[in-house]
Design a binder for this molecule. Sequence first.
Ligand SMILES: Cc1cc2nc3c(=O)[nH]c(=O)nc-3n(C[C@H](O)[C@H](O)[C@H](O)COP(=O)(O)OP(=O)(O)OC[C@H]3O[C@@H](n4cnc5c(N)ncnc54)[C@H](O)[C@@H]3O)c2cc1C
Length: 353
Amino acid sequence: MTTKQHVVVVGSGIVGASIAWHLARQGASVTVVAENSGGVATPCSFAWINASWGNPKFYFHFRRRSMGEWRRLAGELPGLPLSWNGSIGWDLPPDRLEAFAAEHGSWGYGIERIGREQISVREPYLKIVPELALSVAEEGAVEPVAAARLMLADAEARGAKSVTAAVSGLIRSGDRISGVVTSAGMIEADHVVLACGAGSPPLAASIGIVLPIETPPGLIVHSRPCEKRLNGLVMSPELHMRQTAEGRIVAGGDFGGAEPGADQQATASALFAKLRESLTDGQSLAMDFFTVGYRPTPKDGLPIIGNACDGLYIAVMHSGITLAPLAGLLASSEILGGNEDAVLAPYRLSRFG
Ligand SMILES: Cc1cc2nc3c(=O)[nH]c(=O)nc-3n(C[C@H](O)[C@H](O)[C@H](O)COP(=O)(O)OP(=O)(O)OC[C@H]3O[C@@H](n4cnc5c(N)ncnc54)[C@H](O)[C@@H]3O)c2cc1C
């Protein structure tokens, strides 16, 4: 009988949770080490699952494949808080909206042009209804912290261990990384995975690896739970919004959140006022809280996924909500199988030279 490979996953946001779950499901011995269970960026996310505009074709297909992987996960993890109610959007100037529809439509994205009447049927509470919007029925959202915790709980049911601790360094044995130094002691491993979002660069730097990651902030407002106001995601020019599974309306200046500015409370109040004005009966909405998240974003916008050196695997990305299931699937297979999946070639750290 072969010994199980022991993998330490640093980070238990949506990306670490997915990698840990996929590893545990494949029979690895997994230890998840994190300071914050459920993540840091993850609880502050808008959590739109999409392959929308602004990306090259290969990355569109990668994101779209991950949208499908969320559906696979839902089959394997009953209770995943996903909603597939689609989006309507008109947040680009008409010529760019049309170019996006034509291009992504030709790539196979299920985009439909819908007029005022259909928009009002879809979202009857919208006060400002445009002449034309694009509807993408295959897009959705997930409640990200609940999803991460469900994956972690199921990984634990399959034998994974969770350790609440800060990782301060990596253990080197010759040329390979063989474990982590944590506030709860040293943990040895066959493989270490850095899936710790904005916390990844300092750990990588401790062994001389540069991770070119930026962390732009994004402010999102959350209403108190209220009766059904939105059926799906609404991407209007100055406001992206959706209603969560527990009935909160969450909104940002766009999905990446508003620029918080010097006075975060004032920014949140102004954003919430805009949200109230955009919906019929919006004045009855009350803001509960706002979040400011820092989006772990590699400098060219594409994910970083792959081996950084012997024993060390790195998975840091924006759009981690969209990409978590596919990143987990591919990373676990590369780590345990020792293979290199060609689909990950554009996402290697080595592209930065
Ligand atoms: C405002 C905003 C809106 C967004 N909107 C979307 C969207 O609509 N769609 C989408 O797909 N993506 C979106 N994103 C991006 C997405 O949320 C992130 O890509 C994703 O949450 C990153 O998850 P993660 O697991 O990599 O990191 P995180 O959630 O940041 O988790 C990091 C984990 O690592 C741990 N950690 C870090 N350093 C250490 C250390 N030294 N020792 C121990 N533990 C450590 C933390 O405790 C935590 O558990 C948005 C992000 C923000 C902030």
